[in-house]
Design a protein around this ligand. Structure first.
Ligand code: UT7
Length: 340
């Protein structure tokens, strides 16, 4: 197969299967009311979230379990044997432990061959980064079939007391996956992308591991260690502006109008952030699925969870254009515009 970009036999990339794997455990706003000083009304109004899923850490439910569940089902839906995978990529910022990677464990548990397997950490932007990378690896001819998972169990880094309530209400756990495969139709796959990071904003959203992680030592407190620290208002402003900027830049790169995109598959962080993008570009509600009300912010899983929900609802069709979009800690943000 000639895989030279621009050559006569260019390859395309097809999403041939997807799936979701959520933990059974639920945490509703009413549950949170019992743990901290908050209210269903406050959370709903400020974020649009009603409930979220929570992995059962006490009984050993971890990121690898969710990731394996999602990839196993995606392979089944795609009709692909685990041994046909050439590479496994996992977007996560919450591996079970620093090593081994989630990818290595999933590949073992699914019975893949001894393929390359690795994790990519770009926080909530991780999945959008990773599918862009996977597209490039397939188009280059290096690999034919790549499994891409988004999986996170961030609830273990939340403080469910008044002290941590700013972040604790937002997040949930989950995983979703896709199987990508080389296609003879070169028009299929990524047509434009953006990947951005600005470490100047590192301390706007981070998980400290020691007191030296605090620039201002007076902000250090033992209770903050290993728990999400977030400057909610600063992240909100960053998200609203970068979300709009990256949509505009991606449309310009692709030379298409906002109305030519069939689905905006967006990271679910706050329904108000999504509303601002919809208003700015005149995107109708049916083109931007919001599931944050049921799942909260699931970090790297959020974007593929939206995609798979659309697939399950029969709304994803060949020939459509879909724009994957995310922003998150780092600070990071990015897009990946695909022709299906
Ligand atoms: O993947 C990226 C992840 N992060 C984000 O995208 C987060 C973006 N930011 C946000 O979504 C919003 O900033 C939040 C939802 C986190 C917070 O909403 P906000 O409208 O920015 O609230 P705020 O932080 O300005 O707080 C307003 C008030 C404060 O009280 P006072 O000082 O006005 O009396 C807070 O102490 O709300 C209080 N508050 C709460 N009240 C009830 C903060 N957290 C809570 C809570 N329940 N959980």
């Amino acid at each position: 197969m000639d895989t030279q970009a621009g050559g006569p036999n260019r390859v395309g990339v097809e999403i041939i299967g997807s799936a979701t794997h959520l933990p059974e455990g639920k945490l509703t706003n009413q549950d949170l009311e019992k743990l901290m000083t908050t209210s269903d009304e406050w959370i709903t109004k400020r974020t649009g979230i009603h409930t979220r899923r929570r992995a059962d850490m006490a009984n050993g439910e971890k990121t690898t379990d969710l990731a394996t569940g999602a990839m196993g089902k995606a392979l089944k839906n795609a009709g692909v044997d685990p041994k046909e995978l050439d590479l496994l990529l996992v977007a996560t910022m919450t591996p079970d432990s620093p090593t081994p990677s989630v990818g290595c464990v999933v590949a073992r548990d699914l019975g893949c061959n001894q393929i390359g397997a690795m994790d990519i950490n770009a926080a909530c932007s991780g999945y959008v980064y990773t599918i862009s990378i996977a597209d490039a690896l397939i188009r280059s001819g290096m690999y034919k079939t790549i499994g891409v998972i988004g999986a996170d169990t961030v609830t273990r880094h939340l403080d469910y007391s008044d002290y941590g309530r700013g972040a604790a209400i937002l997040f949930g756990d989950g995983a979703a996956a896709m199987v990508l495969r080389a296609s003879e139709d070169a028009s299929k796959g990524m047509i434009a992308h953006r990947m951005h990071a600005d470490g100047e904003g590192a301390k706007q959203l981070f998980i400290p591991s020691c007191k030296h992680d605090f620039v201002e030592q007076e902000l250090f407190d033992e209770r903050k260690l290993d728990k999400v620290q977030m400057n909610g208002q600063a992240v909100f402003k960053f998200a609203v502006s970068k979300f709009q900027e990256v949509i505009a830049d991606t449309l310009e790169d692709a030379g298409i109008g906002a109305d030519e995109v069939d689905h905006y598959i967006c990271h679910q962080a706050n329904s108000r952030i999504l509303d601002s993008a919809r208003e700015r570009f005149g995107i109708p509600a049916e083109k931007l699925l919001v599931n944050i009300d049921r799942l909260g912010n699931t970090v790297g899983a959020s974007v593929p969870l939206v995609f798979d929900e659309l697939v399950q609802a029969g709304k994803i069709k060949p020939g459509q254009k879909v724009m994957f979009l995310a922003f998150g800690a780092g600070l990071t943000w990015g897009s990946s515009l695909w022709q299906l």
